[in-house]
Design a protein around this ligand. Structure first.
Ligand code: NCD
Length: 367
């Protein structure tokens, strides 16, 4: 199915063929970076960033500008009508009349889905709370492929805040397509929620980075997501748990790749930056050609009509039960229609179509 006109809300929206297509096109885009391309001339990107961002927003802007497109938007909701109480639905219905594509980052899980429901133009999720960050995953896969030649066959360690780290959730979702071994390295309280695992996908879990580092081909470090903790003392209890420094790194394979979506706080020491295994600054730079490819594909400026249709999915929704997750857009924005995927009738197991949390009514939602 062509990518033209599509949204990218969850990385699972793209099939393996579509992911690979974007990565291949990103290689082409690297060649266009400094060539005065006019591929997106006359097209406008609207950025709606309700949460802080450096790399994601600026690499989207750079991608658009490198292809001669234009950019409008806000990087701080206090400077837009959001501060007057405007809903996501109303904001995107305005933006779509000014632009050809919208990139949105919001603190609520599922916010990008609501935006896509109301906008007729392509909507790209640039991060929705602790849920998903699909374009970071495209960049991560591109970095792994560039560093190792291919993704398949790698033993990948995901380390840090696997509970709230949206980049990890998206990456893990995408990795189900590849023959890889995954080890989740986190303290118990920040371990990966089960519901992010695809049926049949398995991971190993440990809290001890030193124990596993020698076996890894890729180490994906993440920041502990301080802003997502309801209780600051819980953050204090886990801050500084992992610090990758030269001593720890000396136990790793000489070709292990170190990735990090950035920003880092203290989880990778500055001495590691000069190590040739440190791939994180290159990873941030790849965000531009990757997003150039994505924008050009969604705007129909590169032909993707040959891509196979994904297999049809039969999803049964219930619309009568609102999501109990207080971080979910369905909980926080009352005009959004409940959308609960029915996983099982007996016992009743539901999965929210916005935040993906599983819920067994009668039991309190996972914290
Ligand atoms: C990440 C994010 O916003 O989720 N940053 C990014 O987009 N590169 C990671 C983070 O904030 O820790």
């Amino acid at each position: 199915m062509s990518l033209q006109g599509r949204d990218l809300i969850n990385i699972s929206d793209f099939s393996l063929e579509e992911l690979v297509f974007i990565l291949d096109q990103a290689e082409e885009m690297e060649r266009l970076l400094h060539r005065d391309s006019r591929l997106l001339a006359g097209r406008v990107l609207a950025t709606a960033f309700y949460e802080p961002s450096t790399r994601t927003r600026l690499s989207f802007e750079a991608a658009m500008l490198r292809l001669d497109g234009g950019v409008i938007g806000f990087a701080d909701p206090r400077t837009s009508s959001v501060s007057k109480g405007e809903t996501i639905a109303d904001t995107v219905r305005i933006l779509e009349s000014y632009a050809d594509v919208i990139v949105m980052r919001h603190w609520l899980e599922g916010a990008a889905q609501v935006a896509a429901d109301y906008a007729q133009i392509p909507l790209i999720n640039a991060g929705d709370g602790g849920h998903q960050h699909p374009t970071q995953t495209l960049t991560d896969l591109f970095t792994i492929r560039r560093g190792r030649g291919q993704v398949a066959g790698a033993h990948i360690g995901l380390c840090g805040d696997l509970k709230f780290g949206r980049t990890v959730h998206s990456l893990l979702t995408a990795l189900r397509h590849f023959d890889v071994r995954i080890t989740c390295i986190a303290p118990d309280s920040l371990q990966l929620p089960e519901h992010y695992l695809h049926p049949g996908q398995t991971v190993q879990r440990t809290a001890d980075l030193a124990e596993v580092i020698s076996d890894l081909d890729v180490l994906y470090m993440t920041r502990i997501q301080k802003e997502r903790f309801a209780d600051p003392s819980e953050y204090e209890a886990v801050r500084g748990t992992y610090v990758l420094d030269p001593v720890l790194l000396s136990r790793a394979k000489p070709e292990m790749l170190i990735l990090h979506p950035l920003p880092r706080v203290d989880e990778i020491s500055y001495q590691v930056d000069a190590d040739r295994r440190a791939a994180y600054f290159g990873q941030a730079a790849y965000g531009v050609p990757v997003r150039m490819a994505l924008l050009a594909a969604l705007l129909g400026r590169i032909d993707s009509s040959h891509l196979p249709d994904p297999p049809p999915r039969q999803i049964q929704y219930r619309h009568d039960l609102r999501c109990p997750n207080s971080r979910c857009v369905n909980f926080a924005e009352p005009y959004t229609e409940p959308r609960m995927e029915l996983l099982s009738e007996e016992p009743l197991v539901l999965k929210c179509g916005y935040c993906e949390q599983e819920w067994r009514p009668g039991k309190p939602p996972a914290s």
